[in-house]
Design a binder for this molecule. Structure first.
Ligand code: TRP
Length: 333
């Protein structure tokens, strides 16, 4: 970690695929943050075990996500990048923080309520404990800022509460993190239900675009994108959510403003708009896909990057955990 730069921490669960929405909403932001801050980006592979995974697929997907981080341009020389499960301190701090978290607090989390409603046959302890593990991720690194989407805001609040509670009971131990509300990337909606956020776990393959989809797949998905029954290319989120979403995506992929694009498509219909957006996105992601294919052919390299990331992460995490163990009165080992 360099000098007294502030620390930014974020993580993604290796489920579904990294979508255009994640890229525009999160990863582009991370790329900027990693220039300015000491940044740490993890693959939250322990978190995603709270729902059933097929082991061989899961392992493959976690590797794939790591390769996609690199392919997007995250630089292991500038950021610490690692798998959460490679740093045992996450699970260890979780146990301690469990003893400072009230069951009621955990049960109040909307994500817990939603997930338990969805997986009624598997309401496991991990699901309830999910935000405590997330708090451990963040607090181990003395994180200043956490770039999170709105759906994770409540978890971050709990994390702050736990840090403050612990600091007050003992003495200042954890940095109390703040949500990073930078210039947020544009919000990208589903191509099939454009009033719903593009979700990496959407079962409808035509609703999302992965950053490593082939150009053909990208073109096909945009050609099938849901629009509306008039044919004017105009940005109007209320009355024309589908077309507005296409314009947002077009703008993100080309750097042109929405107004410029509306002008460009004056008098033209959706039959011209859709393939044009598809081409722009395919072009934008082409270098990422190429780099990704290279990385996936070189697993040894990926593993060596992950290993050195985990070592760097561990040396920071260990320091925080030792402090915590000492403060709660465990005999020093
Ligand atoms: N829970 C987050 C999500 O699903 C992922 C996550 C795990 C995370 N640990 C984190 C995000 C720590 C920020 C900081 O999006």
């Amino acid at each position: 970690m360099i000098g007294d730069k502030k620390i930014v921490y974020s993580a993604v669960q290796p489920t579904g695929c990294i979508t255009l929405g994640n890229y525009v909403g999160a990863i582009q932001n991370w790329l900027k943050l990693s220039e300015e801050y000491n940044s740490i980006f993890a693959i939250a592979d322990l978190h995603a075990l709270t729902v059933r995974q097929v082991p061989a697929e899961y392992r493959q997907r976690a590797m794939s996500f790591f390769a996609q981080y690199l392919a997007c341009g995250l630089d292991p020389e500038k950021s610490i990048m690692y798998f959460q499960s490679h740093v045992p301190e996450h699970a260890e701090l979780t146990w301690i923080l469990n003893c400072f978290t009230y069951i009621g607090e955990a049960q109040r989390m909307t994500q817990f309520k939603d997930k338990s409603a969805k997986h009624t046959d598997n309401i496991n302890m991990g699901l309830l404990d999910y935000p405590v593990l997330m708090a451990s991720d963040i607090l181990l690194y003395q994180t200043d800022f956490v770039p999170v989407g709105i759906d994770q805001k409540q978890h971050l609040e709990l994390c702050r509460d736990l840090a403050i509670r612990f600091n007050n009971l003992y003495s200042p131990t954890f940095t109390v993190p703040e949500a990073y509300i930078g210039k947020q990337g544009a919000k990208i909606f589903s191509l099939q239900e454009p009033t719903k956020k593009m979700s990496k776990s959407d079962p409808d393959v035509n609703a999302t675009v992965s950053i490593i989809d082939s150009a053909d797949d990208i073109m096909r998905k945009f050609k099938r994108a849901v629009t509306d029954c008039d044919s004017v290319v105009r940005f109007d989120e209320v009355n024309k959510p589908g077309v507005s979403n296409l314009l947002t995506i077009f703008s993100a992929a080309t750097g042109k403003t929405i107004e410029e694009l509306e002008k460009e498509f004056e008098g033209k219909g959706y039959a011209q708009l859709k393939p044009a957006v598809g081409e722009a996105v395919a072009e934008k992601f082409r270098p990422i896909r190429e780099r990704y294919d290279e990385y996936m052919k070189n697993k040894d390299y990926l593993m060596s990057v992950a290993k050195s990331g985990a070592e760097k992460a561990r040396s920071i995490a260990r320091r925080t955990l030792s402090k915590v163990y000492r403060k709660v009165g465990l005999v020093e080992g």
